[in-house]
Write a protein that binds this ligand. Structure first.
Ligand code: ATP
Length: 274
C-alpha cells in the first residue's frame, strides 16, 4: 500500500456513523453484487452442544471490491468465507454468487461452480510439491479438462514476478514466492471472486506486504473481486471495506480502512483481551 493511500485513508477513516451512511448509500447502489448473503445462519451440531457460528448475516459485496473480514477468534470468519464460497452449506438463509443461488445446487454443480467461478488462496499455500510452478498454476484448468490460455498464463506469471522460476518446484521457493504461485493458480481461471483465508498468516512482515500489494493490484488493474479473512489490521487496510464479525453477526463495516482504525475497532470488539 502506498503512503499516499495510507494517509488519505487515515483522513477518511470512518466512525460508526459515517460507515452507516455509506452502508445506506450502498444498499441503493446499482453496482452488481459479486456475492450476497441474506439472513444466513450456520449452526454446527445439535441440541445442547449446538454452536451458532453465523446468525442471520445479510451483506452484499460489490463486483470489483476488496473486502476484509475480521473479528475475534471464533466470531465466524472462516464459516462466513466457507458459506460465501459454497464450501459449506448454511443452516438457513440464501447465498448468491454472481446471481446464482447456491442452496439449490447439487454437490456436483457446487464443485463445478467453485472450480470455474471461484479462486482460493490459503495460509498454507497448498501447492503440489511434485509439480513445477507452471504446472501448479495450470492445475485447476487441467482438472477441469481445459487448456491454459497461454497469453493469460504468461501475463499471470509476469504479474506475480516468477518468470525465472516456472520450472522450479514449491520446495525451491520462499514462502512469499509460493503464495504468489498460489495467487496465480487462483486467478488462472479468471474467477468471479478470489477467496483468501489468512493469505499472509505464514509470512514475515515484508513478504506479507508484497503479497498484499499483489492482491491490491489485481483489484485495481484486473477488476478482481476479493474476500479475505485476516487477523492483521495492516492486511485489512489494503481492502476497500472491512466487515467486523462478533459472535456470528456483522458488528460493523468500515470503508477506506486504516490499520490504526481497524486495530481500534478490534480492541472495542474485545478481540485481543485474552
Ligand atoms: N465443524 C465445526 N463443528 C463445530 N463447531 C464449529 C465447527 N467449525 C466452527 N465451529 C465453531 O463455530 C464458531 C465460529 O468458528 P469459525 O472458525 O468460523 O471462527 P473464526 O472467526 O474463523 O475463528 P478463528 O479466528 O479462531 O479462526 C466457533 O465457536 C467454532 O468453535
Amino acid at each position: 500500500m502506498s503512503e499516499a493511500k495510507s494517509s488519505g485513508a487515515e483522513a477518511k477513516s470512518s466512525g460508526v456513523g459515517a460507515s452507516n451512511n455509506r452502508v445506506e448509500a450502498k444498499r441503493t447502489s446499482s453496482r452488481a453484487d459479486a456475492i450476497s448473503l441474506e439472513a444466513v445462519s450456520k449452526v454446527y451440531g445439535k441440541g445442547r452442544g449446538a454452536v451458532a457460528a453465523l446468525r442471520e448475516v445479510t451483506v452484499r459485496l460489490p463486483k470489483g471490491g476488496f473486502t476484509a473480514v475480521m473479528g475475534p477468534s471464533g466470531s465466524g470468519k472462516s464459516t462466513f468465507l466457507h458459506c460465501a464460497a459454497g464450501l459449506d452449506t448454511p443452516t438457513a438463509g440464501t447465498v448468491r454468487l454472481g446471481g446464482t443461488e447456491l442452496s439449490g445446487l447439487s454437490e456436483r454443480k457446487l464443485t463445478e461452480l467453485r472450480r470455474e467461478r471461484a479462486g482460493f488462496v490459503f495460509q498454507a499455500f497448498n501447492l503440489v510439491p511434485a509439480l513445477t510452478v507452471e504446472q501448479n498454476i495450470t492445475l485447476p484448468l487441467r482438472l477441469a479438462g481445459r487448456r491454459a490460455d497461454l497469453g493469460r498464463l504468461a501475463e499471470l506469471i509476469h504479474r506475480v514476478g516468477l518468470g525465472e522460476r516456472i520450472e522450479h518446484r514449491p520446495g525451491q521457493l520462499s514462502g512469499g514466492q509460493q503464495q504468489r504461485v498460489a495467487i496465480a493458480r487462483a486467478l488462472i481461471s479468471d474467477p468471479e471472486v478470489l477467496f483468501a483465508d489468512e493469505p499472509t498468516g505464514a509470512l514475515d512482515t515484508l513478504t506479507a506486504r508484497e503479497v498484499l500489494t499483489l492482491l491490491r493490484q489485481t483489484v485495481d488493474e484486473l477488476g478482481q473481486t476479493i474476500v479475505m479473512v485476516t487477523h492483521d489490521p495492516v492486511a485489512a487496510a489494503y481492502a476497500d471495506e472491512v466487515l467486523f464479525l462478533a459472535d456470528g453477526r456483522i458488528a460493523d463495516t468500515m470503508y477506506a480502512p486504516t490499520a490504526a482504525a481497524v486495530a481500534d475497532r478490534m480492541i472495542h470488539l474485545g478481540a485481543w483481551n485474552r
